[in-house]
Design a protein around this ligand. Structure first.
Ligand code: FRU
Length: 542
């Protein structure tokens, strides 16, 4: 029986929205169940969460290529439906220079890389609602890390191995090709059993991607289907793939595979046992070396917080990493990467001039109730941050390119009475005296406060007087330094507070009324340097 015959039984290729291949079944989800024909080949028609699925027994006519062809049909339909989703909805909260989704939900940055003379950045995107559903890879390119161009969506959840989400992963620029390694996510049956594969898509021109399907299909021993977010590194003449993983004892770990050719992967083991009980899952690993120190980024879920005010179970941090033939990957000295409300799943890349640049998701899993969602979009990425090492400590700092967005610097004396900046997008530098409080986004109803609390030796960010809807309103950064030097990047509904040269950062979304363009200071009047940041290069459809 030909593939075409199956498609016509399902009401034609345009009626098919999903393909799944659990065990020896072949399942097509259809738009209109009324268009499905009758045939003894159909062994069931099921309804799973409102979706009609036509179930066949899988036969030999469905080889890998036939299945990829079905995926291409579904991808065509998905791309057509995207045309209107790439049109940005208007919204006062929309950042002027950070990356935000035109519509729908953005989460992790993906595939951040410099390839053939350009920066490429992808992100997890659900275009059709502000919800975590079947993820796409949106694609942006840039010559300078600040002006981003929207490109055709790189990957859609069209295939039997990624039908419920083209999940996160990294890119590799290799032999002139742009290779995307990602996790294919599918959910099978009423129970929505999770099936996970590690997949590859390749582009010759950097813009059109061909899916090659899974390069790792089964699960390694001792690991649950929560194994995802591949990062490829070169080590001792071989390729290593790092994956965030959960062991069958429900402990977060890193799984490592090894390959000579990037296609055939051998499982090396799970690593990170040194951390013992350290969360039930680790997501989104990265690994890089700066000044001869190797760091691993991990996103442990279910670990203690750095502050009693923070009850969110999702964290992100960095550990020292040692890779050796004898012991594999060893981790030590975990440190949180951010002390604000919204930071997760960062990725780094190397610029042609040798800088390690990081970009993160300014959001958290589970967080989908924000004011911008009323206008049809949610979440944004962080500013691009250069990473360096100072006295063995990782330091984050806005990349120099952000200066190109700045208007001339102004020196302002901040005091009790608010200085009206007339914009919510700025770059502010000041030294906050212990005991004083800085008020940002100040207007008739709202403000975000940042207090250097001398008694408790913490820098406190309080968003209780803003439009944020989450219940938790306070973050604290433990701080023992004599001085509290701040550089703050603001962009309409976000702040990134770089403390003492970037030794610590507090990143947060901040929703306020349009008149919240004031800045004031409770404490001794203090001079601040301010640059308004003025980009309006919305990185959407070109
Ligand atoms: C992290 C994460 C990843 C996963 C992706 C799905 O935010 O859960 O582990 O690949 O999001 O969108």
């Amino acid at each position: 029986m030909s593939v075409e015959h199956y498609l016509s039984l399902c009401g034609g290729k345009n009626n098919i929205t999903r393909v799944l291949t659990p065990d020896d079944e072949l399942i097509f989800a259809v738009k209109e169940v009324s268009q499905v024909g009758t045939s003894h080949l159909i062994i069931a028609i099921r309804e799973v969460l409102g979706e009609h699925q036509v179930v066949f027994k899988r036969t030999h006519s469905f080889d890998d290529e036939a299945l990829l062809q079905i995926g291409r049909y579904i991808a065509e339909q998905q791309q057509i439906a995207l045309a209107v989703k790439a049109e940005p909805v208007d919204c006062d909260y929309r950042p002027s220079w950070h990356i935000s989704p035109p519509q729908g939900l953005l989460n992790d940055p993906n595939g951040f890389i410099y390839h053939n003379g350009e920066y490429h950045l992808f992100y997890q995107w659900y275009p059709h609602a502000c919800q975590h559903k079947d993820k796409y890879w949106a694609h942006l390119t840039s010559a300078d890390l600040v002006n981003w161009q929207w490109q055709p969506v790189a990957l859609t959840p069209s295939d039997w191995f990624d039908a419920h989400g083209v999940f996160s992963g990294h890119a590799l620029s290799h032999e002139n090709q742009l290779m995307l390694f990602y996790t294919g996510n599918t959910r099978i049956g009423e129970q929505r059993d999770r099936h996970t594969t590690q997949c590859l898509a390749i582009s010759q021109d950097g813009f059109h991607f061909t899916k090659h399907g899974p390069v790792i299909e089964g699960l390694p021993d001792g690991v649950t289907p929560h194994i995802r977010d591949p990062k490829i590194i070169r080590h001792n003449d071989a390729w290593l793939m790092l994956l965030g993983a959960q062991t069958t004892e429900l402990k977060g770990r890193l799984a490592v595979y090894r390959s000579e050719d990037l296609l055939d992967w051998q499982f090396e083991g799970v690593f990170g046992q040194e951390f013992g009980d350290f969360g039930y899952m680790w997501e989104c690993p990265d690994l890089f070396t700066i000044s001869e120190i190797s760091f691993a980024v991990i996103g442990p879920q279910g670990i203690d917080s750095f502050s009693a005010h923070n009850t969110i179970p999702h964290h992100n941090g960095i550990a020292r990493a040692t890779l050796s033939t004898e012991n594999g990957l060893e981790l030590s000295d975990f440190q949180h990467l951010d002390y604000g409300f919204d930071f997760y799943a960062p990725q780094t890349m190397l610029t042609p001039d040798g800088r390690r640049v990081m970009c993160g998701w300014m959001g958290l899993p589970d967080e989908i109730d924000q004011p911008s969602a009323d206008n049809g979009w949610i979440h944004q990425l962080t500013a691009m941050r250069e990473l360096s090492v100072n006295n063995g400590q990782l330091v984050q700092w806005p990349v120099a390119e952000i200066e190109t967005l700045a208007q001339p610097e102004q020196t302002v004396t901040l005091s009790n009475s608010a200085y009206n900046l007339e914009t919510k997008s700025f770059d502010l530098t000041l030294e906050l005296e212990w005991g004083s409080q800085l008020n940002l986004f100040e207007g008739s109803q709202h403000k975000l406060t940042i207090t250097a609390d001398a008694e408790h030796q913490v820098l406190v960010m309080d968003r209780s007087q803003t439009l944020n809807r989450a219940q938790d309103t306070i973050r604290e950064l433990p701080l023992t330094s004599d001085t509290v030097k701040l550089r703050i990047l603001a962009d309409r509904s976000s702040v990134e507070v770089f403390v003492n040269g970037g030794e610590a950062v507090m990143t947060s979304r901040v929703f306020t009324a349009p008149d919240s363009t004031g800045i004031s200071l409770n404490g001794k009047p203090t001079q601040a340097r301010i640059k308004r940041l003025n980009a309006s290069h919305a990185p959407f459809k070109s």
